[in-house]
Design a protein around this ligand. Structure first.
Ligand SMILES: NC(=O)c1ccc[n+]([C@@H]2O[C@H](COP(=O)([O-])OP(=O)(O)OC[C@H]3O[C@@H](n4cnc5c(N)ncnc54)[C@H](O)[C@@H]3O)[C@@H](O)[C@H]2O)c1
Length: 328
């Protein structure tokens, strides 16, 4: 990235969120100036301790409103703001379309007009939907089969970004994140690993629907680090590219997640409910990001389970069932 007299500046939309609040801290530690644009749907406590940091600036606002001020003087954008997850999009479909699709296009266009050089877009492996043959690893150029409004909006933004002329001054990079887990300043317990580990920590019986279906998982700190890599890599390496973010060894069925949990809590109780159809069943290859960006995870699902058992079991998060730890 261009580094003149000043540190480079990055706008992180959705920076108060689960992934964003981890990324913002990594960027500040890495020497970036960070501006966050967030409407604070789940509050802003996750960033409160950064108030007063000379390199940190917060704008409370909506990505759908005029984002010119937010992108002004920025070298790059990491666009995380969204209505996140199938249930949240299903609950407010118009809002989801408008924020996830129109808001993203609006933001990219403002970034181009204001001389921003790079636009990193947070997409999702959910775009793959149900794999024709889950025994075959999915690559970035495998067909996309979105089965929810959430994934449809993400696919549409990808297509818009990747359809820009190669001469565009602001180069897009698409990161298709695995399902995330781990502890963040903005905690979420509506994510599979976090939810299962929380329930085990609370001594509940797990009720698992469709234990045979595959998904990839990645720790929140590692996903945030992938965005840092996408910002700092040479434009020839990442421009107009799509990267699955995760690790090929970190594809799990829900049965395998239970097995991982049982290693740490042998007495756990579980009931499996047969389910033969799941709209999302995919095993993903992460060889591209490993080869091109030298990305490998620092933590595995077992580490995330340990973290969650710890923060719930010790009472550090005293009310993990609170609605504010979810997205609906
Ligand atoms: N968590 C996952 O498993 C996962 C997986 C794949 C992709 N992603 C993507 O990563 C990104 C971040 O996800 P997250 O888990 O941190 O979600 P999150 O819900 O915790 O954070 C989203 C943030 O965006 C903000 N926001 C929502 N609408 C806004 C608007 N109109 N204007 C400004 N800010 C707005 C919210 O206030 C929130 O702080 C999203 O784009 C999501 O689709 C997440």
């Amino acid at each position: 990235m261009p580094v003149g007299e000043r540190s480079p500046t990055v706008l992180v939309t959705g920076g108060a969120g689960y992934i964003g609040s981890v990324l913002v801290r990594q960027l500040l530690a890495g020497g970036w100036r960070v501006r966050v644009l967030d409407s604070l749907r789940a509050g802003g406590e996750s960033l409160a301790e950064l108030a007063g940091d000379q390199k940190f600036e917060f704008i409370r606002g909506d990505v759908r409103d005029d984002p010119a001020k937010a992108v002004q003087d920025c070298d790059a954008v990491v666009h995380l703001a969204a209505i996140v997850g199938d249930p949240a999009c299903r609950a407010e479909p118009e809002l989801a379309r408008s924020v996830n699709l129109d808001g993203s296009i609006n933001l990219y266009e403002a970034a181009c007009l204001r001389g921003v050089k790079r636009f990193v877009f947070a997409s999702t492996c959910s775009n793959y939907g149900r794999a024709a043959d889950p025994s075959v690893l999915i690559q970035e150029d495998s067909p996309l089969r979105p089965v929810s409004l959430y994934a449809e909006t993400k696919v549409a933004v990808e297509q818009f970004l990747l359809g820009q002329p190669r001469s565009a001054s602001c180069i897009p990079v698409v990161l298709r994140f695995s399902t995330v887990y781990g502890v963040s300043p903005r905690m979420r317990f509506d994510l599979t690993v976090n939810e299962f580990a929380r329930d085990v920590a609370l001594g509940r019986e797990l009720v698992i629907f469709g234990e045979q279906f595959w998904r990839p998982y990645c720790h929140v700190a590692d996903l945030a680090r992938s965005a840092m890599l996408a910002l700092s890599a040479s434009p020839d390496v990442v421009g107009f590219e799509v990267f699955n973010v995760g690790d090929t060894e970190e594809n799990y069925t829900k049965q395998m997640l239970v097995d991982q949990l049982r290693v740490q809590v042998p007495e756990l109780r579980v009931k499996f409910v047969p389910k033969n159809e799941d709209p999302r069943d995919y095993r993903v290859s992460f060889s591209k990001i490993r080869e091109r960006l030298d990305f490998s995870p620092s933590r595995r699902v077992s580490d995330g389970i340990r973290e969650i058992l710890d923060v719930v079991g010790t009472g550090l998060i005293a009310d993990p069932n609170d609605k504010r730890y979810g997205n609906t």
